[in-house]
Write a protein that binds this ligand. Structure first.
Ligand SMILES: NC(=O)c1ccc[n+]([C@@H]2O[C@H](COP(=O)([O-])OP(=O)(O)OC[C@H]3O[C@@H](n4cnc5c(N)ncnc54)[C@H](OP(=O)(O)O)[C@@H]3O)[C@@H](O)[C@H]2O)c1
Length: 220
């Protein structure tokens, strides 16, 4: 299968990339990035693009599945508008272009608390994105909704780091949906959904992201 990966340089995206390149079922990975990736691979095409002006005519929008792990933080974005552009507009633009070229499957790294009705800006952006994606007519659409993501980051995120340390220490004492979500587990769940391409709209809920198992057509 041909995979289109948006966000390949990020924490979750880099795990998706590594897993996809090692997976024999995946023959080609296209990973549009804003800065060149520090690796090459026979299966990998990583065009450097401007997400504000994506190359509409590129042949690689036609794939078997999109995995999207794009995102930023309020601190890095600097404003709500800039945050929304990265966390909502870019994933939606990727979806529209891929869909227009016939790509049937899309898997989004959303968030545990995503809700278009939320009072909180972050949750609302994620929820509105999920709703907008559902209008595009993908044959298979999956939202992975992890809680706090664990893993080594290049940039310091002190508040997130403190929460990660606390959640790691409490580990097994916590309910499943409160535990830390290792980036690799999220990547595995997303790639599984992309390969499965189960028809319809699906949610991998927080409590299932670390232990994804399909039962009676739903992620449990
Ligand atoms: N952090 C958490 O605990 C948490 C919890 C639940 C859900 N999530 C969501 O999960 C998703 C993935 O998280 P992550 O931790 O893997 O994110 P990450 O490590 O910050 O990676 C984000 C990706 O988006 C790209 N990106 C950011 N700004 C961009 C821009 N202006 N133009 C083009 N690309 C841009 C980054 O590219 P560069 O490498 O070029 O910056 C990177 O590939 C995000 O949507 C996040 O909101 C996070």
């Amino acid at each position: 299968m041909k995979l289109l990966l948006a966000g390949a340089s990020g924490l979750v995206g880099s795990h998706v990339l590594r897993l996809a390149l090692a997976d024999e079922r995946i023959t080609q990975v296209t990973a549009p990035v804003r800065r060149a990736l520090p690796l090459t691979h026979a299966k990998l095409l990583a065009p450097v693009v401007n997400y504000d002006a994506l190359p509409e005519g590129a042949a690689w929008w036609q794939a078997d599945a999109v995995v999207c792990t794009l995102g930023t933080t309020m601190k890095a974005a600097g404003s709500e508008a800039a945050f929304r552009r990265v966390d909502h507009d870019y994933p939606l633009a990727v979806a529209r272009l891929a869909r227009a070229q016939g790509t049937p499957t899309y898997v989004l790294n959303s968030a545990a608390s995503a809700s278009a009705q939320s009072r909180f800006f972050y949750n609302r952006v994620k929820g509105e994105l999920e709703q907008a994606l559902a209008q595009l007519g993908f044959a298979s659409l999956t939202y992975a909704r992890p809680g706090l993501i664990g893993g080594e980051r290049g940039e310091p995120r002190p508040a997130e780091r403190a929460a990660i340390v606390a959640l790691s220490a409490l580990g097994p004492l916590l309910p499943r949906s409160w535990r830390l979500y290792p980036a690799q587990n999220i990547a595995q769940a997303m790639l599984a959904a992309a390969l499965l391409a189960q028809p319809g709209v699906h949610v991998i809920p927080a409590e299932a992201v670390n232990y994804p198992a399909l039962k009676d057509g739903a992620w449990n």
